[in-house]
Design a protein around this ligand. Structure first.
Ligand SMILES: [Fe+2]
Ligand SMILES: [Fe+2]
Length: 469
């Protein structure tokens, strides 16, 4: 456990404990929570709600962002409405025990964090609810309960995301956004919770059990949501790997490009949604190679002009393949433009500098570094990281965006590798149609690089270019 994580858990645990002690001193459990007509009715009422909450917790589902959600939230809100802050805090504290915790699958600090992220918010929102006047009016009570549930759930979400973020190093907002759909569904449980409380009062404890069925179906809906998303992720990953595996030399290429591109994106502080686009774009950037015949893709000799043209179509083909998938719309520019050159000599659209989408410029650097540092049939001994970085620097402003190369230098991929820095004297970059024509000419003369543009043997205005795949 890191120091930061330890400090966060300590603060959350201390705050929750202080809130619990304050609630014990200030807020006796409301009599409405008691099961009427029974000795120790209040105690039995607490046991009933804790049991209901615990059975909801045992049906927990892990969300894509890493958070675990369950339907125990509804009994906590109902208890808050019936018995006040202390009752809500106790039900949250004991009733949020999850089966995986009992199986000891969760480390002790995880259990402490789980308790703290629900108990503190339950007491705090219960206290807010207790401040609302006029709750004898059903409408007022309903609105106040929904409001308190929203506070409870928002605080729980924030604290849980903070914990997962500090533990795993991921962005907190990204985690929250990843699970947003499920959170809104959870919030929709608040009216159910209010109804549970009213049924408990008017019909009795047994009537509350009728809500078990909708709660269970809600849980099933979460599970389906998670399963479908995971299936999508795995399918995309398999698809990318299937393309890479057609050529034994490029197996795993897309996954490595994805990781490098995401690291560059983090250094450049791109937004969370752009980081996600880099993740998917990294995996899928060469998906268009599906449409390149084996005779071209796997050819180890020099490609003819025709073959090179077919090979260079893969960014366009990739974009066409992905276009019908609406969810992948942000990745389209990355896929289409990952072979554009900064000076306009790339393909397919010969865009120049800032005309090239920023994420495509990032991916281009990641793609080149991965290709240079991996074995290829035309170069069985890969370049060292130092040599590859030297190439990226040499071609900064020509093939690569120099700002992206600057960012790449600060990633873990070239940590401790000497950086030659930006070259001081730079040939005037070629721009526009002439450059494109030159590039195509060079491409035909070179079958040694994966993207076929430039080589040590072609000469010309631009120096030899590093390979990209
Ligand atoms: Fe590639
Ligand atoms: Fe490519």
């Amino acid at each position: 456990m890191s120091r930061r994580l330890g400090a966060l858990i300590a603060i959350m645990a201390l705050t929750s404990t202080l809130l619990l002690v304050s609630a014990i001193l200030l807020f006796p459990i409301g009599p409405e929570l008691a099961i009427p007509g029974l000795p120790s009715g209040l105690l039995l009422g607490m046991v009933f709600w804790i049991a209901l909450s615990a059975s909801g917790s045992s049906l927990a589902v892990r969300m894509p962002g890493g958070n675990v959600v369950d339907v125990a939230f509804a009994p906590v809100v109902a208890t808050m409405s019936l018995g006040g802050p202390l009752a809500a805090g106790l039900v949250a504290l004991v009733g949020s025990t999850q089966a995986r915790e009992l199986r000891r699958d969760v480390p002790w600090y995880g259990i402490v964090a789980n308790r703290a992220t629900i108990t503190g918010p339950a007491i705090f929102s219960g206290w807010l609810l207790s401040l609302v006047p006029g709750r004898a009016n059903l409408l007022v009570d309903f609105v106040a309960t929904i409001g308190a549930a929203a506070v409870l759930f928002s605080l729980n979400t924030l604290l849980t995301a903070a914990f997962v973020s500090v533990r795993g190093g991921e962005s907190m907002w990204k985690l929250i956004r990843a699970d947003a759909g499920a959170y809104s569904n959870m919030l929709a449980l608040a009216p159910v919770a209010w109804l549970m409380a009213k049924m408990y009062l008017s019909a009795g404890w047994w009537a509350v059990l009728l809500f078990a069925l909708p709660l269970y179906t809600t849980r099933l809906a979460y599970q389906r949501f998670v399963e479908v998303r995971e299936m999508f992720t795995e399918t995309v990953r398999s698809l990318a790997e299937a393309v890479d595996k057609r050529d034994t030399f490029t197996s795993g290429h897309s996954q490595r490009v994805q990781k490098i591109a995401v690291d560059i994106g983090k250094v450049m502080k791109v937004s969370d949604s752009e980081l996600e686009a880099l993740e998917w774009g990294g995996l899928l950037h060469d998906i268009g190679k599906i449409g390149v015949p084996d005779s071209v893709l796997l050819k180890q000799e020099r490609l003819t002009r025709d073959e090179r043209t077919k090979m260079n179509l893969h960014p366009v083909l990739g974009a066409e393949i992905i276009a019908p998938v609406k969810r992948l719309a942000p990745e389209l520019p990355i896929i289409r433009h990952h072979h554009e050159w900064f000076n306009g000599s790339g393909y397919p659209d010969r865009l120049v500098a800032d005309e090239i989408p920023r994420l495509a410029r990032i991916l281009h650097v990641a793609d080149a570094f991965e290709a240079m540092t991996a074995a290829r049939p035309y170069r069985m001994t890969p370049l060292t990281s130092q040599q590859a970085l030297g190439e990226l620097r040499k071609f900064g402003g020509i093939q690569f965006d120099p700002d992206v190369v600057d960012a790449f230098v600060r990633t873990r991929w070239v940590r401790d590798v000497p950086d030659p820095g930006r070259p001081e004297i730079r040939n005037v970059p070629m721009i526009g149609q002439a450059a494109g024509n030159m590039a195509m000419t060079m491409a035909v003369g070179n079958a040694q690089t994966d993207d076929g543009i430039g080589s040590a043997t072609t000469g010309g205005v631009a120096p030899a270019s590093p390979a990209t795949a």
